[in-house]
Design a protein around this ligand. Structure first.
Ligand code: GNR
Ligand code: NI
Length: 170
């Protein structure tokens, strides 16, 4: 396992549309293991492969609390099959937009399906953090960041701060 560097905005690679995975094999599981280790190290609650520069439709997540048993989750080729009309708002952050937090509105409930760590199909109805986080991560697979859901003014302010921080710290 290895911790890999996380890309940060405005890195153009974060705008890539990620490609579907053809087979869930040991090589893909090694990538998912690295992603999970990178996510825990950051620390974050979710990570899409493109955030470490790999344009595959793969997500890892762990929504367990600090004092709970770890609960790693793996999503390969996820698809949303239904979204509620009801929306919910959550203050989101992103490892690729460090230290910036803004409220984002998304459907409150979704139905989604994906392949798990072993390539087995899973289908669930989700709400709460799972629904929010899965939508945030699936946006990454389309090259979309949470700041793309904000007004252009707010987005530009955040991107300007990011560019300044990068000039300072490299
Ligand atoms: O660690 C993360 N926290 C978070 C908080 C609210 C909504 C979404 C997230 S995902 C984020 C990790 C990340 O950037 N995943 O892409
Ligand atoms: Ni993110």
């Amino acid at each position: 396992m290895a911790i890999r560097p996380i890309l940060t905005a405005p890195d153009p690679r974060l705008k890539t549309i990620s490609k579907p995975v053809e087979t869930v094999d040991d090589e893909l599981r090694a990538l998912m293991d690295d992603m999970l280790e990178t996510m825990y190290d950051a620390p974050g609650i979710g990570l899409a492969a493109i955030q470490i520069g790999v344009p595959k439709r793969v997500i890892v997540m762990d929504l367990a609390g600090k004092d709970e048993e770890p609960q790693p989750r793996y999503f390969v080729n996820p698809e949303i099959t239904w979204t509620s009309d009801e929306m919910s708002s959550y203050e989101e952050g992103c490892l690729s937009v460090p230290e910036m937090y803004e409220d984002v509105q998304r459907p409150a409930r979704i139905k989604a399906r994906w392949l798990d760590y072993h390539g087995n199909p899973v289908e669930v109805e989700a709400d709460g953090m799972l629904a929010t986080c899965l939508q945030h991560e699936m946006d990454h697979l389309e090259g979309v960041l949470f700041i793309d859901h904000l007004s252009k003014l707010k987005r530009d302010i955040i991107l300007r701060k990011m560019t300044k921080a990068k000039k300072r710290y490299g």
